[in-house]
Design a protein around this ligand. Structure first.
Ligand code: ADP
Length: 237
């Protein structure tokens, strides 16, 4: 699904977090959203997910204005820090959650849910962990469950806010490969927020660099690496 962000502005009180942002993302792209802390990355992602309203502008998915469409109806899967795994639920229950809470009309049967969850857990190689609780998993395993959970609802758009932030370098690298593989396999359009320039360069089709509520640069990893517009990008190199 293509995503068009058109002249979006958002303020919190007198602070303008997003200043007239416009960007077009093609269907199937894997985008890294890079930028210093406070530059508006999470706000943009939350607006795309429908978790945050906007003051001005509009969001289009496949050409359709979805600015006022609820998060559930946006066909968006997300891996957000504030939507961590449910601690009191097993791995199986976590992944099944999005399917179980669907409106009755579109809710799959118990058997269908079990089949789907098993397939997803197999994909992220956690089929033997389905009865465990999040506290019994490593950080990397937890994020794989979070990816499976986000994909269970068959999203067209996958939004990830620093999905691998708290993990060590080796696990981050491994999870990048998972992200790329699942992104391809599920034919989604994905945007992930990262502070890590290397991560953005390594896995993204294009990088959006944000600074101070604005988009400073959009380009392929090569373009951004060769010709960074933002001084902070140099800091990361
Ligand atoms: P980033 O993800 O790039 O670190 P954010 O989008 O989280 O940036 O935040 C951008 C700015 O907006 C920050 O200065 C933050 O303090 C402010 N902000 C974000 N959400 C809120 C909110 N709910 N209320 C007040 N200020 C907010």
């Amino acid at each position: 699904m293509s995503i068009q962000v058109k002249n979006v502005s958002k303020s919190f009180g007198s602070f303008q977090a997003l200043k007239d942002i416009s960007v077009d993302i093609e269907s199937g792209e894997l985008i890294a959203l890079l930028g210093p802390s406070g530059s508006g990355k999470t706000t943009l992602l939350r607006i795309l997910a429908g978790l945050e309203g906007l003051d001005e502008g509009a969001i289009y998915f496949d050409g359709e204005n979805i600015t006022n469409v609820s998060p559930k109806e946006r066909k968006v899967g997300f891996v957000f820090q504030h939507y961590a795994l449910f601690r009191h639920m097993t791995v199986f229950e976590n992944v099944a959650y999005g399917l179980k809470v669907r409106p009755r009309k579109t809710r799959p049967s118990k058997q269908e849910i079990a089949k789907k969850v098993n397939e997803l857990l197999e994909l992220v190689k956690l089929q033997n962990f389905q009865d465990r609780y999040p506290s019994q998993l490593s950080g990397g395993q937890r994020q794989r469950v979070a990816l499976a959970r986000a994909l269970a609802v068959e999203p067209k758009v996958l939004l990830l806010d620093e999905p691998f932030g708290a993990l060590d370098a080796k696990v981050r690298k491994e999870l990048r490969r998972w992200l790329r593989q699942l992104h391809n396999e599920f034919h989604v359009t994905s945007i992930f927020v990262t502070h890590d320039q290397e991560e953005a360069l390594d896995v993204a089709d294009r990088i959006i660099v944000m600074n101070n509520g604005k988009i400073e640069q959009i380009g392929t990893p090569d373009e951004v690496y060769e010709n960074p517009k933002s001084p902070f990008v140099y800091d990361f190199l």
